[in-house]
Each structure stands twice: as structure tokens, then as C-alpha cells.
Write a protein that binds this ligand. Structure first.
Ligand SMILES: *Cc1c(COP(=O)(O)O)cnc(C)c1O
Length: 388
């Protein structure tokens, strides 16, 4: 449907539209598909190796290992460190489920920490408080495409002799003091799920690291722990990446900087339009915008905050009625998820995570958005607060 207001005429604005393909990219994807089809080589192989090299170089890491998903990247990273029953692994409560699900799947116990309101990312002071003699690793998450505050995390991990695995699933190309996501911890875990900044046409993931021995371990775990083939010194899994997915990711990797820049431009436009609308000033503004990041933010999401849950729901409904899609990432903090109830998490334990879960709303920020769509979305957000 067409929606018209004073300034602009736009159609439905989706949260992400993967069908808006640049014709040149589409042709390259078709070529990649044909190339793999005719090669007859479908699992791992030269396409995966080429992608691994390109991603290692892009992320500023020595090694990259293509795997079956971002979830499996986290799982195999934990397995490579020998983490399991009796161990504790610290991660934020305000993140996608996979971060903690993988910890539990190794037999270890996820220990949830709170996040900072300013960055949506791990609070280093809370990490320090939750370290015990059983803590083996920390998984900071670079949520929405903004890097966690890594220096204090790396410092305290070093002091306590704890591993650091970056969950960089939403943050390929994001930076922290000039260093890229995935190059700072012992390992970085990436996802090529289609909604990420670098998406495949299916599932895929990647682990980066700077240690050759660790990289080799991950490569072996990726094929059921067989090294040589059919001789299993360790138990791994099927964590292999398809050649087809690798081939379809490579043309997008070449365009990733341009595409992440477009996202950042859309984010900057929202920020200036919504600030100009006067919704973000005062002691308790009706709307809070994502705070500017000191380093490169890749805006996998542009996430607003409302004063409370009821306003957030009303804004979401108003936007939907005005043909603008939005999404809540994430409505339930992990320490309150049913599957983790045996860990004893209770409401009130991690107040910032709980507060954010009730306030956040992500609006469309993808690279292919038209300028007038960005203006329309901002206009509708403004209209909600001025008309209600
Ligand atoms: C997407 C995501 C994952 C999991 O990646 P998949 O490829 O979907 O398995 C893990 N952590 C975070 C923070 C994510 O956003």
C-alpha cells in the first residue's frame, strides 16, 4: 500500500528487504552459483578456503575457519578450549539466545552479567564481580554492531587467566580503538545468517583467531574431530560450511564496507531527524536514541528506547499501522528464560538488562533503504509522540 503524508510517499518499509538486490551484485551471485554447481564441490573446499582468507584479512585476524552457523562458531570455540561440565562461562543477559545456549550445550554453566545502558553491552564491573574459581571464559557480545568495551574486559580476563571469546555475530567490521571485532579476544565468532550485515543465502558462520594451534583444533572439531579422516582423537561435530554459501558471501564481502557505511548514514539521519524533532531532550525524554560510538559502529540494528513497555507496544502498533516494520531485540533477558530457570535467575537480578528488554525497539536501517523511507520512518516516530 502507498502511504502519503505531507512530505513523502513510500510503500511498506520492511525491517530488512533481501530482495532489493543491486543488479551487478545479482549477476555476481548468479555467477557464483553456476561456478559452484559446475565444480561439483559442495562442502568446504576452495570457495570456503578463499572466503576464510578474505575474512581473516578483513577482520584483522591471522586465521579464519568457516563453519555451519554463528551458533556453531560459538559452540566449536568453547569446545576448542575444552570447556565443559563444572566450568562457568560469563556472558551478558541482554543478547541473542545462542550466546548462552552454546555454553549450556557444552555442559558448562552460563553466568549472566548486566549490560550498560549507554552501549547495550557487557558491564566490565559486573563481569569482575561474577568471576569465581570455576570461571573459564567470558563471551562479550558486540550487540547491534557496536563493540563491547574490550580493554577493561581483556585486562581483567588477563589478570584472572580467563579466555575471551567475542560474539561478533552482529559486528563484522565494527571497530574498537582501531581494532576489528573478532581480532581482540582469543577467538571471534561470526554469523552469516541472512539478516546480519554480511549474510549468506542460508546458514553459515566463521571463527577467527590468532593462534595457529587453536585454528587447527577448530578445523579438526569441524569434521567430527577426525584427523586424519576416520581417526578420532577428539569428539567434534558436523560444523562444515557449504561451498555454495561461501561463494555467495564473497561478492557481498567485497561490498561490505559500502553497505555498512550506508547503514551508518541511515543511523545518522535518524539521529539528526529525531533530535531535531525535540523528542530526546530534557531530564526524562520520551525517546532515547542509540548513543554515538567512539569507534566504528556497523548498525546491524538501530535501536530506540521508549520510557516503558506500554509506550513501546503503542509505538510499535502505530508504526505497523503506518506500514513501518519494527522488532524487539530482545524482549526477555536470558537470565529470565524458562530453560535457564534452574540457574536461579530472578527478576531484579540484572536491572539494566530487564529495563532494556522492556524499552527497546529496532527500526529499519538496512543499506538499501531509500532516503525518503528513512525520512518517512522518522516522521512517523515523531508523529506518534506528538499525536499521542
Ligand atoms: C545471530 C547471532 C548468533 C547466532 O548466529 P546463527 O548464524 O543464527 O546461528 C549468535 N549470537 C548473536 C549475538 C547473534 O546475533
Amino acid at each position: 500500500m502507498d502511504t502519503t503524508n505531507n512530505e513523502v510517499t513510500v510503500r511498506d518499509v520492511p525491517l530488512l528487504d533481501l530482495k532489493r538486490l543491486d543488479p551487478e551484485l545479482e549477476a555476481e551471485l548468479q555467477d557464483a552459483f553456476t561456478r559452484v554447481l559446475k565444480s561439483g564441490y559442495f562442502i568446504l573446499g576452495p570457495e570456503v578456503e578463499a572466503l576464510e582468507e578474505e575474512c581473516a584479512s578483513y577482520c584483522g585476524a591471522e586465521h579464519a575457519i568457516g563453519v555451519s552457523s554463528g551458533t556453531d562458531a560459538l559452540l566449536v570455540a568453547l569446545m576448542a578450549l575444552g570447556i565443559g561440565a563444572g566450568d562457568e562461562v560469563i556472558c551478558p543477559s541482554f543478547t541473542f539466545f545462542a550466546t548462552a545456549g552454546c555454553i549450556s550445550r557444552t555442559g558448562a554453566r552460563p553466568v549472566f552479567v548486566d549490560v550498560l545502558e549507554t552501549s547495550f553491552n557487557c558491564d566490565p564491573e559486573d563481569i569482575e564481580r561474577k568471576i569465581t574459581e570455576r570461571t573459564k571464559a567470558i563471551i562479550p557480545v558486540h550487540l547491534y554492531g557496536r563493540c563491547a568495551d574490550m580493554d577493561p574486559i581483556l585486562e581483567l580476563a588477563g589478570r584472572h587467566g580467563i579466555h575471551v571469546i567475542e560474539d561478533a555475530a552482529q559486528a563484522i567490521g565494527a571497530e574498537y580503538n582501531g581494532r576489528r571485532a573478532g581480532s581482540m579476544g582469543e577467538m571471534g565468532c561470526f554469523s552469516f545468517f541472512p539478516t546480519k550485515n554480511l549474510g549468506a543465502c542460508g546458514d553459515g558462520g566463521l571463527v577467527t583467531c590468532n593462534d595457529a594451534e587453536l585454528a587447527e583444533k577448530i578445523r579438526i572439531l569441524r569434521v567430527h574431530g577426525g584427523a586424519p579422516k576416520y581417526h578420532h582423537g577428539v569428539i567434534g561435530g558436523n560444523f562444515r560450511l557449504d561451498a555454495l554459501q561461501a561463494a555467495l558471501i564473497r561478492p557481498r564481502l567485497r561490498r561490505l564496507d559500502a553497505s555498512s557505511l550506508r547503514r551508518a548514514e541511515n543511523a545518522a539521519a535518524y539521529t539528526s531527524l529525531l533530535e531535531a524533532a525535540g523528542l530526546t531532550s530534557g531530564a526524562s525524554p520520551p525517546l532515547r536514541l542509540p548513543e554515538a560510538s567512539p569507534s566504528r559502529h556497523i548498525y546491524n540494528q538501530y535501536t530506540l528506547r521508549c520510557e516503558d513497555g506500554a509506550t513501546r507496544e503503542a509505538l510499535r502498533d502505530f508504526l505497523a499501522a503506518n506500514t513501518v516494520a519494527s522488532e524487539i531485540y530482545y524482549p526477555v533477558p536470558l537470565h529470565l528464560q524458562g530453560c535457564f530457570s534452574s540457574l536461579g535467575g530472578e527478576t531484579g537480578d540484572l536491572p539494566i538488562s530487564e529495563k532494556l528488554a522492556g524499552e527497546v525497539l529496532s527500526i529499519p536501517v538496512f543499506a538499501e533503504l531509500e532516503e525518503e523511507e528513512v525520512r518517512y520512518v522518522a516522521d512517523r516516530v515523531e508523529a506518534f509522540f506528538k499525536e499521542s
